[in-house]
Design a protein around this ligand. Sequence first.
Ligand code: BES
Ligand code: MN
Ligand code: ZN
Length: 498
Amino acid sequence: MEFSIKSRSPEKQRGACVVVGVFDSRKLTPPAAALEKAANGYIAGILGRGDMNGDAGSSLLLQNVPGTLCDRVLLIGLGKEKEFHEKEFAKAIRTALKAINETGATDASIYLCELPVRKRSLAWRIRQSAMIAQEAAYKFDQFKSKKDDTRRPLKKLSFCVDRRSELPLAEEALAQGLAIAEGMSLARDLGNLPPNICHPTHIAELAQAKAGEFKLDCEILERADMEKLGMHSLLAVAQGSHQPPKLIVLSHKGGKAGEKPVVLVGKGVTFDTGGISLKPAPDMDEMKYDMCGAAGVLGTLRTVARLKLPINLTVIVPATENMPGGGATRPGDIVTSMSGQTIEILNTDAEGRLILCDALTYAERFDPDTVIDVATLTGACVVALGSVASGLFANKDALAHDLLDAGNEAHDRAWHMPLWDDYQELLKSPFADMGNIGGRWGGAITAACFLSRFTKKFRWAHLDVAGTAYKSGADKGATGRPVPLLAHYLMQRAGKLN
Ligand code: BES
Ligand code: MN
Ligand code: ZN
C-alpha cells in the first residue's frame, strides 16, 4: 500500500473515497461540516432521517454526494466528543479501514487525524494511523495454495492535515509509523513461520540477508565458537536437537563512533518441546512462537535501520531448538555458564533463561549503555498479566520508567514487576550455584531473578512477552509486540519523538 500526507479541503478532494468523522448526536467534525456545506444540506438530511447517529464503531457509505469531487463519502461514527481519547481514535481508524475495504475503492483520503485527542500530538495520531492501517492489511498466507484475494485491495491511503505547515512533521511521523509497521510485520512473519522452516539456521540466514540490505555488521557464532567461549548453558539446551544452534549478532552503527550501544537480546527457541521435561500435547504447536523475543528484536532493528536512527544498536539472538533427542540434557545435569556460575538444570523446560544467560554475558563485550532482553519466558507471566501487558523487570528504576513510558506512548504496554532480593533465595541449589527453577510461585519473577545474576555489569531490563507476542485461539498469530514499545524507546533516545 502507498501512503501519503495531504492538506486539501475534503470537498476539493478527488478520488474513490473521502473519510470524515461524525460525533454522537450527529455532530459533524470540521471536515464533515465542510462537505456538508458543499453538499448543501444533503448529508444533514440523511443523518436527520436516522441513518446514522455518530455512535462509535458505526459507519455510513454515501455515493455521489453533490458538491464533492470524490466518488464516495464515508462517514465514521466517533461516539461522544468529550470521550474521544486514544482508544476511541484507534477504533475510528480501524472502523474506517474495515469499511473502506468493504467497498471497491482502491484509494482513500482520511480526515480523522486532525481531530484532537487528549495528550496526543498530531505526530502520534499519524504514526498510530499508519501502524493500524498496516496491521489491518497484514496477511500470512504463504502456505495457502489458494489466496483469498476476491476483493479489490486498497492501494493508496492518504492522511489529511489542516495546514500545509504541518506537512513536514506529519510526513516524518508517517515514515516512523510505517517503519514500525515494517518491523512488526517482520516479527509477525518470523513468528508465524512453521518450526520446520523457521529453525536457527533460517534465522541466521535471514539475519545475513538483512545485514546486506541495511548495511549492518553481522556475525554468526557456530557451536564450535560457543564451545570456545564456554557457553555450556546455551549448548545444554541445543544438545537434544539435530538443528545446530546459532548465536546471531547484528549491529546498526548510526551513532557517533565510540558511543556506547543499546543491546537487545531476543530469546530464539524455534521450537520448545520442553526437552526431557516434556510439555503436554495440547497446543504444543504454539511453542513455535518461542522465538518471538528474537523476532521482536530483529523487527525493532529493521525499524531502526529503516529510519536510520542516529544511535548504536546491537542485537543478539541465541537461537536453538529445545528437543528431547537422545543427547538431550537430563534433569539434574550441572553446567557451567559462560559467566563461570554453575547451574543445576532441574527442569529442561526452563530453557529460555539457560540460553539468555550466556547471551547476556556475551553482551558485556559490547560495553553496552543499556541491555534489554525480550523473551516468551514464562507461563507464569501470562497467568499474572494475561495478554494485555508485557512483564517488565529492570535493575534500574529509571530504565523501567523510560520503557513504561514508551509502552504507553506506543499503546504496547508493559507492567513493572518486582526484582527484590527476597525472591533470589528460591533459586538455591544444594549442588550448584543456582537451580534453573524457583518453585511453583512467582514464576515470572524467579525467572527474571535468574537472569539478573548475569546482568550485574550493566543497566538492564527484561521484557517477558509470553502473553503478548502472539495470540491463541481463533485469531492465532504473532502480534509484532514489543516492536512498538522498543521502537518508541529508541526513537525517544534518538530525540526523534514528536
Ligand atoms: N516458552 C515457555 C514459556 C511459555 C509458556 C511461553 C506458555 C508462552 C506460553 C518456557 O520455556 C517455559 O516452558 N517455561 C516454564 C518454566 C517452568 C518450567 C519453571 C513455564 O512457564 O512453565
Ligand atoms: Mn520451556
Ligand atoms: Zn521456552
